[in-house]
Design a protein around this ligand. Sequence first.
Ligand code: GLC
Length: 539
Amino acid sequence: MAAKGVGEETSTGLTPGSLRELIEKSDHVLRSTVKTIGGKIWAYPSPGLYPGAWNWDTPQIAEGLFHSDKETAIRLLEDFLTMQWENGMIPHIVFPQLTPGERLQKDVYFPPPSIWYITDDHIQDYAQVPAAAYENHPAYKATGGRTTGITQYPIWAISLKNMYDYEQQQHTSHPEMALQLTPERLAGLVEKLNKSHQWFHEHRDPLNLGIVAEFHPWMGCDNAPCYDRAMARIAAGTTPEELALIKTQRTDLKAIKARNGDSSERPTDLDYAAYIKIAHRLARVTEKEMKGEAVTIDDIPFAVYSPMLTGMLIRAERDLAALAQAAGRKDIAEEARKRADRMSKSMVGHLWDNRAGQFCYLDAKGMEKEPVKFIGTCFPLLDETLPPAIRTAVKKRLQADYITDFGIASASKDNPERVPGKPGYDPCRYWRGPIWDNVTRLLRPFTTDPGSLRDGALKRALDNGCREYSNPETGAGLGGHDFGWTAGAVRADAEARLHELEAQTPALQRQTHASIHQPGGIKPDIIKKSRDSTGFFLE
Ligand code: GLC
């Protein structure tokens, strides 16, 4: 997209004024996600939608917040990592409001964390299940039952590297500014992230292929079509009684109804039944691991080697290496680089399909390689050492299959049905078509027109607010409102876009530099306003 002249609007109608408005609004949303509980700072994905702090949402929220409040942003990372499991796993949800051993109140959120510690296979009424069913699980004892039992995508080092680069850039123009991501503070985070990366290699490669597998769809893309066949296998034995039990407990549908949303955007009851069954069987896996017993592929209910997870972990390893270097931890830098290089070769060896011209998901339970048309297959682009011919082919697929007038769709319109009754594409249903702005932000550098994608996302945020996800055909906002990671992406992009417009107007540049780019971020009065109106920092 050609840049416009001084003070003009962009072709999507963005002006310096509207960008400032977006900065203010996204700051407000970001602050409204932040809560102080038990002396620690947590970010909930969106106020009122999910009652807990989520793994990969947290660094993406922190990244946006870092532009206006560095200390809170760093604390979000540090505090979440206090719940890292002993073996290195960063849990996918932390329920900081629970004291150890306390149950999640019925109707607050389904499913409660107990599902990750119950080793019996059947779906139950979790409000009634006796504590004896889970309290002896070693992981329950270790965490007090305040976390789930899986992890999410390893975006931590990627977001932290963006935060680090941002501060370093500011420091170049304001050398008097004190750095908040000091080498000591960085080193603390780097050590924990290194441990979590090691955990992926040790616990998520059941066939020793040198790449990593997803053990549960709640890794981050819940109902994506790449899991359809593996999920169908698990869902097969679900009884009508189990489905009825699921239906009465699902709080997500109640929440969406209360907001006049459409339940057809959500995963189905049968999906939920399979999610819970996998969780129970994984409870047996973690129990065995913690007792030092060997785990075989037969113990693991669901294991899908994933180009999304592997591609992201490769990039995260390289970002971790750079951060470790900056923190004076050359040993970790070296280890992370080696892991990335090894994984990069194995990813091409095991997941690339030359005939299909794309990366595939590989079901470890049947060794079936699937050229599904899901956006996760483009994530190997995050690996900068991808062989050039493969890189070119993946970029072509990204462009041809996923770019719409409004952003990057999560599934392609041409994705064939993989199991009966589940269309391969649905523009409204979560990870089966909608645009997710955090994904767009990660992948747009590999498209032919990243500027348009960025402007398009900003325009949607201006029109619809920071929605959880959007319809790829109409641009309409879907899912939760005031969504944290969308606000994080908007915050960073709006500032960068404003910068570009300012660069064409020296007077404007002076004015906004004084407000937005001052060390410490945006105007103090905006911070005050948001704190007052959102209860930020209140329990
Ligand atoms: C949904 C998303 C997941 C995200 C969570 C909280 O489950 O699929 O990726 O982390 O919501 O926002």
